[in-house]
Design a protein around this ligand. Structure first.
Ligand code: NDP
Length: 451
């Protein structure tokens, strides 16, 4: 029976990082993956999504070029199958690079489902291996509602492989995935309705101002919202899909996409046999310092009950490997994690929302700037950007920055460093602006709009 120092289950962002680093520290490492090496982010998440986002911007760019003196005689045409083929080729390349990285690091790859058997044993098809330490990094999987006709809908997994773009789509959900795909499809000419079961703005957890403004802008880009109702059933009727909603409405559409959250990937993993504890609602494996309640089993990434973001999983995997095999113990840091929603316009955010900051600090200053990015002026495009900064009055520390507008993700990465370092409003004010740019607004906000 082959024995490893470390066996990693799941070769996504967190698992691959942990395996590679542990192997570099001298451990004998094996890794199992039942789908494709690279995991959700690389194969059917962040990376292919961003390629679709890039593709979806071109329509607007062609239109706007006219404002800058370019003649665009007729609207260029777009081929979804060509885009998907190009995207697939890139994903194959990345998949190959991930395999190469693991091979170069001396990690033994098992392209099969792994199941814990208890007592350090792992079943890999017909083979059983043992390991001193086991890392679960199996990620998450889209949640599919248990409604009549549910098979008529698809999830983000399938969205990357549609044969053709539908004429109309109903996207259920209001988080990152629903919002990003609503914008991608709308920019590619699909009639989009986003259905959210609450009678409020999408993107719960983000700053309310941004939530309201992003919806305003998405509406201006032709996206319709059906608020306050969830799906109850789907049926095929007269060549269309009829989506029945809890408010009694029936929405006629050609495709339905579920983006109503993701569940930890723990099916048939043998967690019960191994005695690993899950949260009550299946939100993930409970960990402390990436360690489960079982002494030799750890978990990182979306399968745990922490922040479900690729760079967080990578940090967790790296910290685990350094701690357990590198002799440099450290805890993954989950404070001041910035994130972006690749909606149109794009969102970049770090720290507390205005509401959260008020609750935590009491006295805050809120700086806000809503403006038309310079690039939009000549084409006559009306899209506005919204920048918000939240400052703790007592310490002058910037405790939240929320950006809506082109390039917000890129801008936010630099801002996140400053905020994590504890920059004050005075530090921002003392920074010379880069002119002309949108980002300069962040160092030119002088008067708080509310306190
Ligand atoms: P989220 O958990 O972020 O969002 C699920 C959304 O669906 C919520 O808005 C939720 O509303 C809503 N919802 C729940 N039930 C229903 C229903 N029956 N009808 C309509 N809406 C419903 O999940 P996602 O699937 O969007 O994303 C999963 C994870 O992937 C996220 O946690 C994110 O961290 C990560 N991700 C990150 C990206 C990025 O960094 N750009 C991109 C894509 C994914 P409510 O919250 O009000 O309950």
């Amino acid at each position: 029976m082959t024995h490893f120092d470390l066996f990693v289950i799941g070769a996504g962002s967190g698992g691959v990082r942990a395996a590679r680093i542990a192997s570099g520290h001298g451990a004998k490492v094996g890794i199992a993956e039942s789908y494709r090496i690279g995991g959700t982010c690389v194969i059917r998440g962040c990376v292919p999504k961003k390629l679709l986002v890039y593709a979806s911007h071109y329509g607007e760019e062609f239109e706007d070029a006219k404002g800058y003196g370019w003649s665009v005689p007729e609207m260029p045409t777009f081929s979804w199958p060509d885009l998907i083929a190009a995207k697939d080729a890139e994903i194959d390349r990345l998949n190959g690079l991930y395999i190469q990285t693991l091979n170069n690091a001396g990690v033994e790859i098992y392209e099969t489902h792994a199941r814990l058997l208890g007592d350090h044993k792992i079943a890999l098809g017909n083979e059983v291996v043992t390991a001193d330490k086991i890392l679960i990094a199996t990620g998450g999987t889209p949640f599919i509602p248990d409604i009549p006709g549910k098979e008529l809908g698809f999830t983000s997994n399938e969205a990357f492989h549609l044969d053709a773009l539908p004429k109309r789509i109903l996207i259920a959900g209001a988080g990152y995935i629903a919002t990003e795909f609503a914008c991608i499809f709308a920019a590619m000419g699909v009639e989009v309705t986003q259905g959210y079961y609450k009678n409020q703005n999408i993107l719960r957890g983000f700053d309310d101002d941004l939530r309201e403004t992003v919806m305003e802008q998405m509406r201006a880009h032709g996206i319709d919202f059906h608020l306050g109702a969830a799906l109850t059933s789907l049926e095929h009727k007269n060549g269309a899909i009829h989506a029945h909603m809890t408010d009694g409405a029936t929405l006629e559409t050609d495709a339905v996409m579920y983006a109503i959250g993701r569940l930890p990937n723990v099916d048939n993993l043998g967690l019960a046999e191994a005695g690993v504890e899950m949260t009550e609602r299946g939100a993930g494996i409970v960990v402390s310092y990436s360690k489960t309640n079982v002494d030799h089993i750890w978990a990182v990434g979306d399968v745990t009950d922490r922040i479900a973001l690729t760079p967080v999983a990578i940090k967790e995997g790296h910290a685990f490997a350094d701690t357990e095999f590198g002799g440099t113990p450290r805890e993954p840091d989950h404070d001041w994690v910035a994130s972006a929603v690749f909606s149109q316009p794009e969102i970049g955010t770090v720290g507390l929302t205005e509401t959260e900051a008020r609750e935590r600090y009491g006295e805050i200053d809120v700086y806000r700037s809503k403006f038309r990015p310079m690039k939009n002026v000549l084409p006559g495009r009306d899209d506005r950007s919204l920048y918000k900064m939240i400052v703790d009055k007592a310490s002058d520390r910037v405790v939240g920055v929320h950006l809506l507008g082109p390039g917000s993700a890129e801008i936010m990465q630099g801002i996140a460093i400053a905020v994590k370092m504890g920059a004050t409003k005075a530090d921002f004010d003392a920074t010379v602006a880069i002119h002309p740019s949108s980002a300069e607004e962040l160092v030119l906000m002088r008067e708080p709009v509310s306190q």
